[in-house]
Design a protein around this ligand. Structure first.
Ligand code: ADP
Ligand code: ZN
Length: 530
């Protein structure tokens, strides 16, 4: 049933007249048509792909009000403002409203004066509100339910919202209202979970490509990260807008200070700053040219700045999903952009320790460990970055991209089986409780005070590793930790110990291939600047 006021409008006309766009993007048109016709849909589209239009436009074309469930309370106001500016009658309901504002919105809803209503899930699920929606359905009509950020239904994702699981109530109480679930982050298992949890078995699936051909991915070995970063910006993005991600608030502040001192227009952004300051920084980043935002992952949700030319990571993201989403904020305009990251042994150890220390339930920790391992595998990989990323999201990239670091400067691999055996047995013989620095001293046969203290010059592994340099050993250990042959032992102050996977290596049952790191990072970065 079409909305009387928009009955004359086709989807194409509405796209132009209301939204001001000339043409649909990607699969938008198919999705819109499917929804207007009353079907259910699951939409997987990368961030910035244009998901909002997929429910906003059908909400206008169908009879009644479109109800949008979103966990992002902070963004509702922006979305509603944007719609109102287009002349759409939109409102939102969440905990930021006082009771007077709340009554005003519900009154408008009951009078049939709203076309789109954003609702926080906990609001929607209040029994009184569901009864109210039933009245709306009977008298005015509900055009559709849109469930945004649908991956929040998955217990194993980072954004799990228990209320999302109760959203099946929509299907039960409003079986004739079409539903559209949307997300930018869903691997195949998460997708299956969304379908099951939201009872979308009969929904049509629209899966868009995750390929971002204009982004050049690059992972550098950490030497002096800040200096590496500065020379990257200086040589490739002297006047460009970019985002630099750091793990801690302190590092955000320090990095922003340092860049500012060197003359860049850099601003910090993290959850510990006053809301006013955060808002002001975000505005400057969006409105002005050439601002560099140094931020924790708190920054970026819903940020839509087309000409971000680079995203840099000074610390590892938690997963491939995180990496993809964060780097995906670069180059939305389709012009070339850089995704740049430094990474070293310390990062691997840090991230693994953080997981170890988390008090999440065991099953969830297991999933998080797997997600981190996939990311570490990506860092250490010598294959085309585009291929690796797309494979992770269940897609295939036709051939090498020819643009990423691994395509431009292919990394050699070497048979590191023997080196791995030396390293692993050194860990074993020293009692599985020492850190990398000491282990390398033993392998290189250095009589450091610690070596003497523990009589490690007596060990059979003392001095057996002289054919490799300190740097090479450090690379070997990093890769052994990243690949899961070694793990950090929190009970031994972060010393390394063997995992089950190490046994077959020690017994020469499997081979270990390692990447040949560039010896001098300076030279490496010059080569990589293609
Ligand atoms: P997502 O929710 O998938 O991250 P949005 O819905 O916020 O993406 O859309 C991203 C940007 O693309 C917005 O600025 C939006 O206005 C713009 N956009 C969406 N669809 C179109 C279109 N058909 N033509 C031009 N711009 C579009
Ligand atoms: Zn490539």
């Amino acid at each position: 049933m079409l909305n009387p006021s928009a009955r004359h409008l086709t989807a194409q006309a509405c796209l132009q007249d209301v939204f001001g766009y000339n043409s649909f993007r990607g699969e938008q048109q198919e999705i819109v048509d499917h929804m207007v016709a009353g079907g259910d849909a699951l939409v997987l589209m990368p961030t910035g792909g244009g998901k909002s239009l997929c429910y906003q436009l059908p909400a206008l074309l169908r009879q009644g009000v479109g109800i949008v469930v979103s966990p992002l309370i902070a963004l509702m106001q922006d979305q509603v403002d944007a719609l109102q500016q287009l002349g759409v009658k939109a409102a939102f309901l969440n905990s930021s409203l006082n009771s007077e504002e709340f009554s005003k919105v519900t009154a408008a809803l009951l009078r049939g004066e709203l076309q789109v209503l954003y609702v926080a899930p906990e609001r929607l699920l209040i029994p009184n509100f569901l009864s109210l929606l039933e009245q709306v359905a009977d008298h005015i009509g509900i055009a559709l339910f849109a469930i945004d950020e649908a991956h929040c239904v998955s217990q194993w994702g980072h954004d799990f919202r228990p209320e999302y699981r109760k959203l099946t109530v929509l299907h039960e109480r409003f079986p004739h209202v079409p539903r559209i679930a949307l997300t930018a982050t869903a691997d195949a298992p998460t997708r299956a979970e969304i379908i099951e949890r939201l009872a979308l078995e009969d929904a049509r699936q629209f899966i868009s490509s995750f390929d971002r051909p204009n982004i050049k991915y690059r992972v550098l070995l950490k030497a002096n990260a800040r200096q590496q970063l500065e020379s990257f910006i200086e040589s490739e993005h002297p006047n460009d807008a970019g985002i630099i991600y750091c793990l801690s608030r302190r590092k955000v502040e320090e990095t922003a200070e340092r860049l500012k001192a060197k003359g860049w227009d850099a601003l910090p952004y993290h959850a510990g700053l006053d809301a006013d300051i955060r808002h002001a920084h975000q505005r400057r980043f969006l409105r002005e040219e050439g601002v560099i935002m140094v931020a924790t992952v708190a920054f970026g949700m819903g940020i839509d700045k087309p000409n971000v030319r680079f995203v840099a990571h000074l610390d590892l993201p938690k997963s491939m999903e995180g990496y993809y989403q964060e780097t995906g904020r670069a180059g939305r305009d389709g012009l070339p952009a850089n995704a740049w990251m430094t990474y070293g042994l310390g990062d691997v150890v840090n991230m693994k320790q953080m997981l170890e220390n988390s008090d999440a339930p065991a099953e969830r920790q297991h999933v998080e460990r797997q997600k981190l391992d996939a990311l570490l595998g990506f860092c250490e990989s010598t294959a085309c970055r585009h291929q690796t990323i797309l494979r992770y999201f269940g897609e295939q990239h036709p051939g090498d991209c020819g643009q990423c670091d691994n395509c431009l400067t292919p990394t050699d691999t070497w048979d590191g089986t023997q080196a791995a055996q030396m390293a692993l047995s050194c860990v074993y013989r020293t009692g599985q409780r020492f850190g990398v620095v000491h282990l390398i001293d033993v392998l290189l046969g250095k009589t450091s005070p610690k070596v003497t203290q523990f009589n490690h010059e007596q060990l059979s592994t003392f001095g057996i590793g002289k054919s490799l340099s300190q740097t090479q050993w450090s690379s070997v250990f990093r890769q052994l930790v990243a690949s899961g042959y070694l793990e950090t032992d929190m009970d031994a102050f972060g010393g390394l110990r063997l995992t089950e996977a190490a046994r077959p290596v020690l017994r020469s049952e499997v081979m270990v291939w390692l990447r040949q790191d560039q010896e001098t990072p300076k030279r490496a970065s010059k080569v990589e600047r293609g």
